[in-house]
Design a protein around this ligand. Structure first.
Ligand code: ADP
Ligand code: MG
Length: 268
């Protein structure tokens, strides 16, 4: 932690605690500053879309939310709790690995590359964390995993191995697997970017259902149609800063900043 961290602690009024709150979040790798002061808030139940050119820091920001990277300055909260640190008085202490592991259970993450366990069936992939991490008994975990596979439209593929599934099916299993831990927040990092175009729709449909169920979601995506139809908020990031934010319809149809306009003219 650097001395750039502010020492103030503000407690939002009850009932208004954001699911994610970033205040001046900085992240560097060596001398390269990747996040240069990110400020944003994700409200509970919101679908929050993050767009921006390659290299702008979107994945790094998601990884900071999910405890995979430690921020260097600023404050990052998930559900009102500091990420990566514990505050005592006006001092901050780094969380221990065990404490981090406990907090990470509440956050589901789906990556561009569907990283299922290759030696396990779809069903076993979805059951794995509840059994191994939560100690849920196998029959209960199996019942719940079947429900989740049904929810993503893959009940009939429960016994298939990842290599026997299409990319889109694997990604839907990955979503079911993340949901099996009952996360309060789901992070999606370009979940459809590695898919053949004809497989994208099924994955977006699952994400749309999830959004309608009230799940809080932070979605890094190039799917502007999804952002416009499903998103509640949208942030355009470039070079480690938030350039522009607002309702997806407003930002996508009437971008105010030249950098946003230029980016959108290339992807829309
Ligand atoms: P995006 O997801 O928007 O494409 P990333 O967050 O992946 O951007 O990367 C932002 C910048 O941070 C890139 O220049 C990338 O090379 C750099 N970066 C990301 N992770 C690391 C790392 N572990 N070590 C060094 N540089 C990194
Ligand atoms: Mg990325």
């Amino acid at each position: 932690m650097t001395d750039k961290l502010s020492k103030t602690q503000d407690t939002p009024a009850a009932g208004t605690v954001p699911m994610v709150r970033a205040q001046g979040v900085h992240k560097s790798f060596g001398h390269v500053e990747v996040l240069k002061g990110i400020d944003l808030e994700v409200k509970p139940g919101e679908v929050f879309c993050l767009i921006g050119p390659s290299g702008s820091g979107k994945s790094t920001f998601l990884r900071c939310i999910n405890h995979l990277e430690k921020i260097n300055a600023g404050r990052l909260y998930v559900d009102g709790e500091l990420v990566g640190y514990r505050q005592q008085g006006d001092k901050l202490y780094e969380l221990r690995d065990r404490e981090v592991a406990t907090k990470r259970r509440d956050i589901g993450m789906v990556f561009q590359r569907f990283n299922l366990f290759p030696h396990m069936t779809a069903l076993e992939n979805v059951m794995e964390a509840p059994v191994q991490v939560r100690g849920v008994n196998r029959s209960e975990a199996k019942g719940r995993a079947m429900q989740l596979l049904e929810r993503v439209g893959l009940a009939d593929r429960a016994g298939h191995y990842p290599s026997q599934l299409s990319g889109g099916q694997q990604q839907r299993v990955a979503i079911a697997r993340a949901l099996a831990m009952d996360p309060k927040l789901m992070l999606f990092d370009e979940p459809t970017s590695a898919l053949d175009p004809e497989l994208v729709g099924d994955v977006l449909d699952v994400m749309r259902d999830l959004a309608e169920s009230g799940m809080t979601m932070v979605v890094v995506t190039h799917e502007m149609g999804f952002a416009r139809e499903v998103g509640d908020s949208l942030v355009f990031m470039d070079d480690g800063v938030v350039v522009e934010s607002g309702h997806p319809r407003d930002v996508l149809t009437n971008p105010q900043h030249e950098r946003t306009q230029s980016f959108l003219s290339k992807v829309l």
